[in-house]
Design a protein around this ligand. Structure first.
Ligand code: HEC
Length: 163
């Protein structure tokens, strides 16, 4: 026969046990909720989510017919001009690789090869050689986005280096 005192003890143990189970269940629920939250978030990021499919399949353009409110066109982006590059800058960036050391028979920077060239040719004739390319020198001396004036200044820079 269980004594009165033991009965109470049993009751307390049973109560705390069930409390523990309740708490554990609650925790499990919380975890589940958190997991499904993560799942939903991942789903949103997926390429198959409603939003992303809508984004991918959005029309590329819109046709306006007479009477439609047409939004104003975006102003063209403002591009800061860096200004024309100096002959020295163009030389250093594009010509020095060959003309610095005289690669492939290139007239070498700082030598009389340049005064000889200048004596025998007009600067326009030299420019023409550079624009078209000569020997292993590629067209425009390899500077596709150099203007004629920038190339001329680079040539002058090399002529001025002659000693
Ligand atoms: C890949 C190497 C290379 C690069 C880069 C190069 N050159 Fe040349 N350049 C040469 C060679 C080689 C010659 C000599 C070609 C010949 O006479 O056959 C030459 C010749 C020249 C001549 C003399 C042309 C003539 O009519 O005799 C000029 C002027 C010249 N280069 C300017 C430039 C300028 C300006 C640049 C840079 C914008 C440049 N080069 C970049 C290799 C190069």
């Amino acid at each position: 026969m269980i004594s009165f005192k033991n009965k109470w003890l049993l009751l307390v143990v049973a109560a705390s046990l069930s409390l523990g189970v309740a708490a554990a269940t609650e925790k499990k629920e919380e975890k589940k909720e958190e997991q499904s939250k993560g799942y939903l978030e991942a789903q949103k990021k997926s390429m198959f989510s409603k939003e992303n499919i809508a984004k991918r399949t959005a029309p590329v353009g819109k046709i306006y017919v007479e009477g439609d409110d047409v939004p104003a066109a975006a102003p063209p982006p403002v591009v800061e001009s860096t200004g024309p590059r100096s002959g020295g800058d163009v030389y250093t960036a594009n010509c020095s690789a060959c003309h610095g050391a005289g690669v492939g028979g290139a007239p070498k920077f700082g030598t009389s090869a340049w005064s000889d060239l200048a004596a025998a040719n007009s600067i326009d004739a030299l420019l023409q050689s550079v624009v078209n390319g000569k020997g292993i020198m590629p067209p425009r001396g390899g500077c596709a986005n150099c203007s004629d004036d920038e190339l001329k200044d680079a040539i002058q820079h090399m002529i001025d280096s002659a000693q």
